[in-house]
Design a protein around this ligand. Structure first.
Ligand code: ATP
Ligand code: MG
Ligand code: MG
Length: 349
């Protein structure tokens, strides 16, 4: 009777809990919201803030491994609380991915190319960096951004004086805008024994900063796929990683690839694996952190995953009528604009 602790009870925590249950594990979720999506499927919930050390200790005491569904888990607190059982992925993965400057420095330090970037702490620094990067740019907050939140575009030579303040005047990163041909991502996993598996890369299309579709195989060529796998494997090894990771890429016209960002968790662009692979990214993560052998990452079908955002859920009846489409809803009570309510995966061969 083994239990897995998950910090964060959103849709990713929920889908992890469902996969864990299928492998016979009990799941305890820690989330401040008693009505969170994962609460409906977990065996128990600790209702507490993510930085509540006593609550995190309680989670660790009642489980045999602790994991998380989002990269903003407070590092000092989880390090202090989770000592007697493993924390997977390790706290180093949180440290690297919580801050876009630390993340880019880490990637460049292991020889992985990214967009050109500068750390920005003031309007004056922004002015200098815009001159140096000499092109269209994107200013992003270093921390807490997701779904394109906390970002602003700055045209070459365009106004920028108010942009730093418009993001809250917090530490930021300026990135040169990459004229990519398309975006793709790879979902990979590393086991406790160091074994690595990677799913086929997906081509991703964003709308208004939010992932809209992931298409497999999409436009990703075998060479680009190999390069993406190699980069993912080196990131996993360098972090001494255990669990599933998502790595997002920009692919340029000449097939060179740059890493956009990495996510130390199951990833929205890997949701298709539940429909097109025997072992989904969620089960793969549970296998990895529980010390089970990793499963095959082979794909038995081509597919397109589409996020259902806000009122998209009104299309449920039509989606259910499709013969080769898997619908997955997150049990969220209200369909607010921009809110991820579920997703579908349409098998396309
Ligand atoms: P996520 O929800 O994936 O965590 P996020 O809020 O962390 O997203 P990013 O992945 O940094 O944001 O950016 C969101 C999208 O904005 C990217 O997928 C890409 O389409 C576009 N974008 C971000 N940075 C750049 C860049 N330097 N050049 C070109 N496009 C970019
Ligand atoms: Mg992100
Ligand atoms: Mg992203």
């Amino acid at each position: 009777d083994t239990a897995i602790g998950i910090v964060g009870g959103g849709q990713l925590g929920r889908m992890l809990a469902m996969a864990a249950a299928r492998l016979g594990y009990r799941v305890i979720v820690l989330d401040p919201d008693a009505g969170c999506p994962a609460a409906q499927v977990a065996n128990a919930q600790i209702v507490a803030a993510y930085d509540d050390v006593a609550a995190l200790r309680d989670l660790a005491a009642r489980t045999s491994v602790v994991t998380y569904e989002f990269e903003n888990v407070p590092v000092a607190q989880i390090r202090a609380a989770v000592t007697a059982v493993p924390l997977y992925p390790p706290a180093e993965a949180l440290e690297v991915t919580q801050d876009r400057v630390v993340e880019k420095a880490f990637l460049n330090g292991i020889g992985v190319a990214t967009a050109e970037w500068r750390a920005i702490d003031s309007v004056a620094e922004l002015g200098h960096a815009l001159v140096e990067l000499d092109g269209d740019c994107i200013l992003k907050t270093r921390r807490f951004g997701y779904d394109g939140k906390g970002q602003a575009s700055i045209r070459k030579g365009g106004p920028h004086a108010d942009v730093f303040e418009s993001l809250g005047g917090v530490p930021a990163i300026l990135e040169k805008k990459v004229p990519f041909a398309y975006e793709c991502s790879i979902i990979a996993a590393r086991g406790i024994d160091g074994s690595v598996v990677a799913y086929d890369p997906a081509e991703n299309v964003h709308r208004l900063g939010i992932l809209h579709t992931s298409t497999v195989p999409g436009r990703v060529s075998p060479q680009v796929g190999e390069a993406a796998r190699a980069i993912a494997a080196s990131i996993l090894a360098k972090l001494g990683y255990v669990g599933v990771i998502g790595v997002e890429f920009f692919v340029q016209g000449d097939d060179t690839i740059l890493v956009n960002e990495i996510a130390p968790r199951v990833h929205n662009s890997g949701h298709w694996t539940e429909a097109a692979c025997v072992v989904s990214q969620f089960e793969q993560h549970v296998r990895a952190i529980a010390g089970l052998p990793l499963g095959a990452a082979a794909r038995h079908s081509d597919c397109v995953m589409e996020n259902l955002i806000g009122d998209d859920v009104k299309r449920v009846a039509a989606i259910l009528a499709e013969p080769a489409t898997l619908l997955h809803l997150y049990g969220k009570p209200e369909a607010r604009p921009g809110r991820k309510m579920g997703h579908l995966t349409r098998l396309t061969d």
